[in-house]
Design a protein. Structure first.
Lengths: 225, 489
């Protein structure tokens, strides 16, 4: 996967480059809009990360310019602005996504994956999910582990479904809040953790291998190995 | 949809202005018409008096010259008949006999000598006797049996007899009556026409003012790009519009400055925060030792709280300057609260708290959903952090015609009295509070940005009460649209 990172802050550039390369991306870096345009013209990229505050031009203008020049790859917009302005919203509707700084790396990676998935295949969603001995029937909204049906509430099922779809990958609390509850909030209480504890109590019964793991400081992961 | 159609025309300023203008106009024209009418009436009277005086003189002359023989009565009668045919203002009589004129000659002894007219003339003679009629000055005489008085001229003949010529005022009154009727109809027409013209022109003028008002109310707290409509005419209304627009220009530029400051502040703080957080996360992935993880995890948590604090305090600062930018969409508060309570309920019951929502159904408002989520999360975080175990939080949602109210009541210790006074100020918090003291200031900021308000008090039986009022829509006129669109869904 070839990725073009357009970001002028050296500190952010370096850690993003490292963690993206660790996740298997081939990263090219541009520190300003001009370089980004040149790189995009020279070779093709599968995905772009563009910071809105570039030294020579506005990130949105850059994206629109690149689109005019025939860029089709999805763009993840990084914004240090507080409010999401209408033009970003417009790009979001056009298939791109945005993330406000500061962000968790797990969330950045998840959004990149989503953008690439959205772009590559529009294949029908699976109706069954299977992670080790955990099985989810998405049509009947029923989960079972080792053949034993789990008594989950509607909300717990949605939460487990989200964890299963991201099995093996870390999801952060704000990703869970966004995808399961549909809100971008930053509670200063442990509301998400309590939901996870409850779900864990039902999924990881006594004597079973624990599936839901806490990644301290980052979030949660559903083990797939 | 405009405000005009919502309001009956009777209550508009245009209606009142045209009513008063028309009243003044009607009184003025009425006075003119009354004056005209009395002038015409006087003129008609004078003309008929002149005719009477002239005719009575002719008749007197004829009576004097005609020998007093058998033919006398016929000759004088004939002359009187002829005179009667020339009566001024005469209307074609339905009856053959002419009852509007009479000629009467009384002898020296006062007896009836000659009578030309309808009837036997005795009543007329009696009535004339009862009235003093000066010569050369026609006078009104009421004759029994006639509704309308006669105008009677008198001439004293040389032989001592009196000659009277009477003319009924019927025709004269008829003329005046028809004149009055025409005057009245004309007056009514002019007044109605005048009212119509005044009403239409003032309404047209005021509709410009109305448009300005509507446009100005659309220009919300944060949307300052729009301007009120201006007209090319160089009148007071267009001056008002231009002045408003210039004022908006100035407000927009200072608002823009504020946004620039807060945005660059946010940017300058966020970039290092992003770098720090990223590096910490990177190091976290390489460490496996549990003891080394702990400090890093707590630093990441602190960073997230710092970011949240930064966001909230900038939001509060902007809201205090009425500059918080909103992205409004139709939001069902009932649904929003259910989802949020669903999110918070496990944490609450974990701490032994009960939470209940009292709502009678969907309450739709036009609002910024993300800000409302953060606002409610703040309120629930507050309760979660401050309410002792085994207490109950009750959330009531009420939707009225154009406002929604959200009331949170708990049976906890309530607010400290000092805190209660400054509860919306930044960094004011209770003694045992671990928060950064922005919670309620942020709640207040969100409510204010939506044009609503927050009231905080202690309940009588103990416990805190927070009442939030939010308007259903930023301007009254779009509320009905919202209702229309929500009911069609």
């Amino acid at each position: 996967m070839r990725l073009l990172l357009v970001e002028d802050e050296i500190d952010i550039q370096s850690f993003l480059r490292r963690s993206l390369e660790e996740s298997g991306y081939q990263v090219e870096v541009a520190s300003d809009g001009k370089t980004a345009q040149r790189l995009a013209a020279e070779s093709s990229f599968d995905i772009l990360i563009v910071d809105l505050g570039l030294p020579d031009q506005d990130g949105i203008s850059l994206i629109l310019r690149l689109r005019q020049l025939g860029l089709t790859a999805p763009v993840l917009i990084l914004s240090a602005r507080r409010s999401v302005d209408d033009r970003v919203r417009g790009l979001e509707q056009g298939g791109d996504d945005y993330l406000t700084k500061p962000f968790a790396l797990a969330e950045l990676l998840a959004r990149l994956r989503n953008l690439l998935k959205r772009n590559s295949s529009a294949a029908g969603e699976a109706t069954r999910l299977r992670v080790l001995d955990l099985e989810l029937d998405l049509l009947r909204r029923e989960a079972s582990r080792g053949g034993q049906v789990l008594q989950l509430t509607q909300q717990e099922f949605v939460l487990l479904e989200y964890l299963c779809k991201n099995a093996g990958r870390v999801v952060t609390r704000s990703m869970i809040l966004d995808k399961v509850w549909g809100m971008r909030i930053q509670p200063d209480t442990n509301v998400v953790d309590v939901h996870i504890y409850r779900l864990r109590g039902k999924v990881d019964g006594a004597g079973q291998q624990p599936l839901i793991r806490t990644m301290r400081g980052v979030g949660y992961v559903l083990k797939d190995r | 949809m405009s405000l005009k159609t919502d309001k009956p025309p009777m209550r508009s300023a245009a209606w009142r202005i045209s009513l008063w203008a028309t009243l003044a106009f009607a009184c003025g024209t009425m006075v003119v018409f009354v004056f005209l009418q009395s002038f015409v009436a006087g003129d008609i009277q004078r003309r008929s008096d002149a005719w009477l005086s002239g005719e009575v003189e002719v008749l007197g002359d004829v009576a004097e010259r005609t020998p007093k023989d058998a033919l006398y009565g016929r000759v004088v009668g004939e002359v009187a008949e002829l005179a009667a045919r020339e009566v001024p203002n005469k209307e074609a009589s339905e009856t053959a006999s002419n009852d509007s004129v009479f000629f009467l000659q009384s002898g020296v002894d006062g007896s009836l000598k000659l009578w030309v007219g309808v009837g036997n003339g005795q009543d007329h003679l009696k009535a004339i006797r009862a009235t003093e009629i000066p010569p050369d000055h026609p006078t009104d005489v009421r004759v029994p049996g006639f509704r309308v008085p006669f105008r009677v001229a008198c001439l004293r003949a040389d032989d001592g007899s009196h000659i009277y010529l009477g003319l009924s005022e019927r025709d004269e009154l008829r003329v005046l009556r028809s004149l009055r009727l025409r005057f009245f109809l004309l007056w009514l027409l002019i007044v109605l026409l005048g009212f119509g013209i005044v009403f239409l022109t003032t309404r047209r003028m005021l509709s410009h003012v109305q448009k300005i008002t509507e446009a100005a109310s659309r220009i919300g707290h944060s949307d300052l790009i729009a301007r009120v409509p201006t007209t090319k005419r160089n009148d007071e209304v267009s001056h008002l519009a231009l002045t408003l627009n210039r004022m908006l220009d100035r407000i927009e530029s200072s608002m823009h400055q504020l946004h620039t400051i807060t945005d660059s502040l946010a940017h300058d703080l966020r970039s290092p925060l992003t770098a720090i957080r990223g590096k910490l996360e990177m190091s976290l992935s390489t460490i496996t030792d549990g003891e080394q993880i702990d400090p890093i995890v707590s630093v990441i948590d602190e960073l997230d709280r710092l970011t949240d604090f930064l966001n909230k305090s900038l939001d509060v600062a902007e809201a205090k300057a009425d500059a918080l930018r909103l992205t409004r969409s139709a939001v069902d508060l009932n649904e929003l609260l259910r989802v949020m309570i669903d999110l918070y309920e496990p944490s609450m019951s974990e701490r032994g708290l009960r939470v209940s929502l009292q709502s009678s159904g969907p309450v739709r408002i036009l609002a910024d959903a993300a800000l409302l989520h953060r606002m409610v999360a703040n309120l629930l975080d507050n309760e979660l952090n401050h309410l002792p175990a085994n207490r109950t939080l009750t959330i009531q949602l009420r939707g009225k015609e154009d406002t929604a109210s959200l009331i949170l009541e708990d049976d906890g210790p309530g607010f400290d009295s000092e805190v209660l006074l400054h509860v919306f100020e930044r960094r004011v918090k209770g003694r045992d509070s671990s928060g950064h003291g922005l919670g309620l200031a942020f709640v207040d900021a969100v409510a204010r940005a939506h044009g609503g308000s927050v009231a905080v008090s202690n309940r009588e039986g103990g416990g805190a009460r927070i009442a939030i009022t939010l308007p259903a829509s930023p301007e009254p006129s779009s509320h009905s649209q919202l209702l229309a669109s929500s009911s069609s869904n």
